[in-house]
Design a protein around this ligand. Structure first.
Ligand code: ZN
Length: 65
């Protein structure tokens, strides 16, 4: 899999961070590429994710306990 050479800048924090793609695994173990994008700026926390075709903005992605 080739990642792009650069990532899009996050517009929410005035391009301080970059949006990086995260992958996940589906219920049958198939990998879901680029399911979520998160800002690298910890003070920003902007995220964009896709769940079953629905796009969600701005929800902070918490690490699993
Ligand atoms: Zn940001």
């Amino acid at each position: 899999m080739d990642l792009p050479a650069y990532f899009p800048k996050c517009l929410k924090c005035n391009e301080e961070g970059e949006l990086i793609p995260l992958s996940d695994y589906g219920q049958e173990g198939a990998s879901v590429l680029f399911k979520a994008w998160v800002c690298t700026n910890p003070n920003c926390g902007f995220s964009l994710r896709v769940d079953k075709g629905e796009v969600t903005y701005g929800r902070k992605i918490e690490p699993k306990q």
